[in-house]
Design a protein around this ligand. Sequence first.
Ligand code: ADP
Length: 661
Amino acid sequence: MPHSDDFLAVHDPAAARAVVHEPGTENGRWWGFAVVLAAGLFVLCALTWLVSVQRGISTLQQTTATRADRYAATLESTLDRYEFLPALVSLHPFVRGLLESPGDPARVAAANHYLAEVNRRAHASATYVIAANGIALAASNHGQPGSFVGTDYRFRPYFQIAARGELGRFYAIGITSDEPGYYIAQPVEAAGKVIGVTVVKLNLEWFQRAGGGSAEPLMVSDDHGVIFLSSVPEWQYRTLRPLPPELHAQLGETRQYHDRDVSPLPLEPLTSPVTRWLASTTLDEGARLVRVRSNDPAPDGSERADRYLELGRKVGPAGWTMQVMAPLDPVLANARNATVAAALAYACICLLLVNWRQRRQRARDMLYSRRLLEAAYDELERRVEERTADLMAINEQLEAEVAERTRAESELRAAQDELVQASKLAALGQMAAGITHELNQPLAALRTFSDNTRVLLERGQLAAAEGNLTAIADLTERMGKITGQLKLFAGKARPLRRPVALRAAVDHVLALLAPRLGTVTVSVTGLDALPALAVRADELKLEQVLLNLLGNALDAIAAAAPAQGHIGLDVQAEGQAVTIVVRDNGTGIALEALPRLFEPFFTTKETGQGLGLGLAISSSIVREFGGQLSVANVPGGGAQFTLVLARAPAIDPAPTVSASQ
Ligand code: ADP
């Protein structure tokens, strides 16, 4: 497998560069993007806040102006309505009569009665008549506790103004009643001289209550800036600006505000650049943004200051000013809400933007990955093609080799068959001596029997001669069997695999080898219990293998010359396998010879005695049967050959036994 970097190396580098982003650059871009977004957020919040505040103030100014105009008109009309009441009263004969004869109790009573009636009908606070010397002669509240009758009013400015022949207007707290009110004083003249003053006192507190219901505090201040009417009780009798000391002294003299402590109200205009900009762009003439510090601290202990839009209106005849104070907090709260909403909307847009950017990035990454993959795939395909071509070449080579091997194998097989034949012939040669011995014996017997028979025939002993002839026939049959077996052995092998009775094969081989055994004993074990045991093989070839193993054993015993030569042939059947072990007590096999034992032409025997083909042919035959042939040394001396063959269905032993006889 090629390393993945190989793919990077092979695909189009220009295309890769187009989509690859260095991590550092990418981080920097993200930072830049974040800074731009943050700056955008700041600018948006600032603009939203400013625009909201500006619009809020503008709207507030409009509504407050309408309200201020209405309040001002109401107050003006009230004052106008009462302006002429003292003049009317002064014209009445009862009043004039009283001023002409102040000591007449009847006139006093008539005037008192008249004044009470007028006061009741006009809904004024009090109506009274003051003599030129400043002492009240008659009053609408005569006979009541706190009546004005007899009170000296010389120090009151409205009296002083009226005494000069002018209309006196004055707002003050009553010295007798301690109730605040608006005093209108009218001089009463006779023969060009002021003989008295008629006064109407109005209670204007309804006006401050009218403002108290609304959220906007209302206040009316006099020409000195003293707030004498206010819907906020704490602001009443405070001043809009500090009073000069002489004015303070004057207030004390006139007892205008009785014993009230007239101190400045902590009201100041807002002066920050933003508020100045807002005021210059939004506010009309007479309007301003102010702050009133409160005596009560905020819940967290800090100083509290309420912010207002202040709208002023001139009211009344005496240089009064009315201020309507519209709180700015709702405007600021609205602006805050709008800012938060804008920030949230902006955040949503930012999130969408970031999301979009990330998607785009992901799409780019995917494109890059896909290109890499395509490149890798192309590379892989190229390599697969290369490998396939290599493999095909190797395959062709292998096929040629296989053909060569097959040809060599068939040649080898042919050579092997030839060798088997040669080996058989060699074995025949080896056995020649034994066979000669085997045949010589019956031949000598035959000669003897035939000589004897001729003698017996000459003597006429026919019965004895017949017996000899029978013996001769037996002997020739036996000799025929020997040569027949030789013929069988020498014949070309047929490559067959069929059930072969093991007992018969062993017996046959032992019979063939009998002439060579001499003093060597052969013990066959395991076969008695399995007389019908059969293996899958070719009868002749199996016998050839056994003959070779037993022949080698005899050779080894002969070479070692032990006290008693012995060959053991043990047969075991287990499942579908039959194991035949041929063990001898001969020389055993040298360790270096063991691995080469089955090689063709490997022999330790002297020239002429061994070809070194026996075991090679035997093992090839056994393989042909689908079996195995192996060798090992026996502890204590000697060798052991193990032959494993496939078991075949049992074969009735009877005919084989008779054939071997
Ligand atoms: P040959 O018998 O012609 O030498 P083989 O292939 O039959 O050829 O045997 C090869 C060699 O194996 C023999 O030369 C011998 O050294 C050794 N050999 C075979 N069987 C035995 C045995 N039972 N004991 C000792 N050596 C053996």
